[in-house]
Design a protein around this ligand. Sequence first.
Ligand SMILES: NC(=O)c1ccc[n+]([C@@H]2O[C@H](COP(=O)([O-])OP(=O)(O)OC[C@H]3O[C@@H](n4cnc5c(N)ncnc54)[C@H](O)[C@@H]3O)[C@@H](O)[C@H]2O)c1
Length: 436
Amino acid sequence: MATTQFNPTCSKPHLHSSQLSFLSRTLPKRRHCSFAPFHRTQHASISCSVAPNEVQVPAVKTQDPKSKPECYGVFCLTYDLRAEEETRSWKKLISIAVSGAAGMIANHLLFKLASGEVFGPDQPIALKLLGSERSIQALEGVAMELEDSLFPLLREVSIGIDPYEVFQDAEWALLIGAKPRGPGMERSALLDINGQIYAEQGRALNAVASRNVKVIIVGNPCNTNALICLKNAPNIPAKNFHALTRLDENRAKCQLALKAGVFYDKVSNMTIWGNHSTTQVPDFLNARIDGLPVKEVVKDHKWLEEEFTEKVQKRGGVLIQKWGRSSAASTSVSIVDAMRSLITPTPEGDWFSSGVYSSGNPYGIAEDIVFSMPCRSKGDGDYELVRDVIFDDYLRQRIAKTEAELLAEKRCVAHLTGEGIAVCDLPGDTMLPGEM
Ligand SMILES: NC(=O)c1ccc[n+]([C@@H]2O[C@H](COP(=O)([O-])OP(=O)(O)OC[C@H]3O[C@@H](n4cnc5c(N)ncnc54)[C@H](O)[C@@H]3O)[C@@H](O)[C@H]2O)c1
């Protein structure tokens, strides 16, 4: 096959935190590099060694075809920090795996990660990019754009199509890659196709990722993909897996702010309950505007029950209708929000939504599914479920509907979670927020 693959050949940068300094634009002239695009049938690489003020012709050397991808292009450079180099205080590299890295969401997200938006301006990161066989060329393009961006914090980039290689030692796994639902495709077929992807990626995480890897599943249907993924990764705590419902939370906050005529930072305590689908429940009973219960500020309760809920549930579909493409930018913002919510203490009295493993939840929601619920974090990467929430009949009924949908999805993927033969009796109206 004529697929092009990158086989970077050099060793990882041998940088200890005490040795690291900012990657200045003049640094590359002092070191050696190795950069090896190759075709599967042709294993060759170029390596070069450049001493200060010397120019050398790159020497071609034969590459071991079995050597595994480790770095990409400029990220294969190693630096010898000599006496005149002022070392700075750097933190240990954080290793982040991203699947679907050549897709639209990742195209926004990777640049946010590399610029320090999530982990801060003194935290170097490594990006491990996973693509599909079809997207490997595009993945090279992404890596080239990352090279050209000269991000000081971006210390390693590797690309590949084998999750067992790409997920090696990953401390975060942002799983975005998925197949879109094609015209006329049954939702059960989508569950199966993408479920297979997430089963394999779960097994790969289980085998090679950090034992404390935090996993955020974005690819749809994300709740059930997250369930499949965690079931296939028994050696990683189920609590470490999240399905992204933060975009829904952000959309709900925006709509409430609009209705109340306040800036959206005044809206807090917003829970999305349940599935990232059109049965999701944006909770206006527990949410607050300027510290007050929403129902005290927005007196139009009919709007809350009918229009608000539907607006949030169908926002993605309306956006596609207007723009012809899906909400990649705001989704990437919400992934950043979701990560930051886990690594910074939640403001006193507030909470955030995430699709998390339901076993042991205090709300009476079915066990053993991935359900969006209100969470709080101490900023240590972990979270706890919020207990002080109230329910009324409306909220309970809505929650029951989204719960029934997730239980039906679970039955439909039993063959992927190790629970026997799948039975698909999905409710007819099940849709993703981006579908119309
Ligand atoms: N949870 C949410 O809030 C939310 C919001 C928006 C979109 N999504 C979902 O995110 C997913 C990605 O959206 P996008 O707009 O980036 O789509 P996209 O089609 O632009 O990108 C998906 C990428 O995944 C790759 N891919 C496919 N199979 C793969 C595999 N096995 N391993 C690695 N990569 C693989 C594809 O080649 C493609 O490059 C979709 O499933 C979409 O429905 C979720």
